[in-house]
Design a protein around this ligand. Structure first.
Ligand code: ADP
Ligand code: MG
Ligand code: ZN
Length: 497
């Protein structure tokens, strides 16, 4: 064993976490040039001399990107700089053609904010260090190797379409005091942050497409002692993985520390398939990026009145909007928190909007669908079923065409890609059988197969009919109308209620 179970690790050590979140803004053009930003275009079709770093090309700042960053800062209760500059961060990387990244260094646009999140009935305030603006890099594709990684590849291709897309980085201060739930807090924070960004309409925040990505910092210390050395896990690109990355790192570090070892300051790579991380680049020695103010761009000095107008026009915070909706639907505090933490509140609301009752929507998304998502290793909203389809199944149950068991089979069919609920019902022949003729054979067979139970019923122990109803249900693969089967059984056994 090379890990200590999560709860045991946290009984012995105190965790400190820190989250760095990169968000690609949804601007129509890039950060410093007019190139388009559409996802999935043919490689290298969205480039120009500026984002390719050709000699003599001069950058111009994208005003919408500045505005979006300030709005993010305001939504996170940050101070907005009245004057700041971009900086050159110098390093070589094949997918970064300028050999430096235009970023913000010691003069970020937004500083010192916070975001409150709900975890297990507690409000946890996550302090925000900074929100700054930079540009994304291009993408390398390593060809020929077994794993798609650079090791073992025969050659690499570079796509510069992403190079220069505005990227906002949101960095938390070290988060202490999360006790037994650092992983849950980390996930709740990223979930809430994603909702805030979505509400602002500044990014499509699709973790699976990389428009929102997280680096997860974790350290452990003995109670009362100084913070430990942190590791930084990269490539964490789903909400579920944020939680898993913290959890596995707590378990790994606790083991190293208990064995008397030392945590190395390093980046680690998270692997979606195993839920484990492996060691990457050492950060023991601080890299000097030789940051210096970008000479090709003028400083940014956001007008105070403009910032005030952006503040006044901010949308309602998701937490406020949620509270209102939850009250409207009559959901309990527990339910709403469970939904927020499972990331399903939006799909629950959409399911209600599509016609389901609040209770039905809740039961599906916190019940069978949550279990299916867990088994498939995805977040429930990413399951291949839409809120409208869930509402359709709920309507079939409400109208009496499906019972709970059949409804689950219909949902499973939709998840398996067999089509819409109506198509699955038709293809699998899933509908409640209410036809007396069709049921009576199963009723006769049930009585013949269990004469003991049948006799008990005849003798007046009506409760014993339950076993016979069960075998009728089994024989009809759950499709018999249970009430009708019961009535038929009692009739055949000569008992009246
Ligand atoms: P780097 O460039 O090395 O990634 P940043 O300052 O951008 O550094 O981010 C470091 C992140 O790690 C921040 O979120 C910070 O709050 C967090 N952090 C700093 N010290 C610790 C620690 N001891 N344990 C956990 N997280 C930490
Ligand atoms: Mg970092
Ligand atoms: Zn360009």
């Amino acid at each position: 064993m090379t890990a200590i179970p999560y709860a045991e690790a946290l009984a012995e050590f105190e965790p400190v976490i820190g989250l760095e979140t990169h968000v690609e803004l949804g601007t129509a053009s890039k950060m410093f040039c007019g190139c388009a930003t559409e996802f999935g275009a043919e490689p290298n079709t969205q480039t120009c001399p500026v984002c390719l770093g050709l000699p003599g090309a001069l950058p111009v700042v994208n005003e919408t990107a500045i505005e979006s960053t300030i709005r993010i800062g305001l939504a996170l209760h940050c101070d907005i700089a009245t004057w700041c500059r971009f900086a050159r961060k110098n390093y070589f990387y094949p997918d970064m053609p300028k050999n430096f990244q235009t970023s913000q260094y010691d003069e970020p646009l937004c500083t010192d904010g916070y975001l409150d999140v709900q975890v297990k009935g507690e409000t946890v305030r996550i302090p925000i260090e900074r929100v700054h603006l930079e540009e994304d890099t291009g993408k390398s594709l390593h060809v020929g190797g077994a794993t798609g990684r650079i090791h073992g590849a025969s050659h690499s291709l570079v796509d510069y379409n992403r190079a220069g897309i505005p990227l906002v980085e949101i960095v938390t201060k070290p988060v202490t005091g999360t006790g037994a739930m650092p992983a849950e807090v980390a996930k709740a924070y990223v979930t809430e942050l994603r909702d805030v960004l979505r509400g602002l309409g500044v990014s499509d925040v699709k973790m699976e497409q990389g428009s929102m990505r997280c680096d997860v910092n974790v350290s452990l210390n003995k109670p009362g002692q100084e913070w430990g050395t942190r590791s930084e896990t990269k490539n964490v690109n789903s909400l579920r993985s944020v939680e898993r990355a913290v959890r596995s790192e707590v378990e790994r570090q606790a083991y190293v520390l208990r064995e008397g070892g030392r945590i190395v300051q390093e980046t680690r790579h998270f692997h979606e398939d195993t839920g484990m991380s492996t060691s990457g680049r050492s950060k023991e020695e601080a890299t000097d990026y030789r940051n210096f103010p970008e000479p090709d761009l003028v400083p940014i000095a956001p007008d105070v009145a403009w910032v005030a107008s952006l503040r006044a026009a901010l949308p309602e915070a998701p937490s406020v909007r949620r509270r209102k909706l939850v009250e409207e639907l009559g959901l309990s505090e527990n339910d709403s928190e469970a939904m927020v933490n499972a990331g399903v509140l939006d799909v629950v609301l959409a399911t209600v909007a599509a016609g389901a009752s609040a209770a039905e929507a809740r039961n599906w998304w916190l019940g069978h669908l949550a279990q299916s998502a867990n088994a498939a290793g995805v977040d429930a909203p990413d399951l291949p079923i839409t809120p409208a389809q869930v509402a359709e199944v709920a309507a079939l149950v409400a109208s009496g065409s499906l019972n709970a068991g059949l409804a689950r089979q219909v949902v499973d069919g939709v998840l398996a890609g067999e089509g819409s609920p109506a198509e699955v019902v038709a293809a699998r022949g899933l509908a409640i059988v209410k036809d007396e003729g069709a049921l009576s054979a199963a009723v006769e067979a049930a009585i013949a197969a269990d004469p003991g139970a049948a006799q008990k019923v005849r003798d007046g122990k009506v409760a014993a009919v339950g076993a016979l109803v069960g075998s009728v249900m089994k024989a009809t693969r759950g499709q018999a109308d249970a009430g009708m089967a019961r009535a038929l059984l009692l009739e055949k056994l000569g008992v009246s209620e």
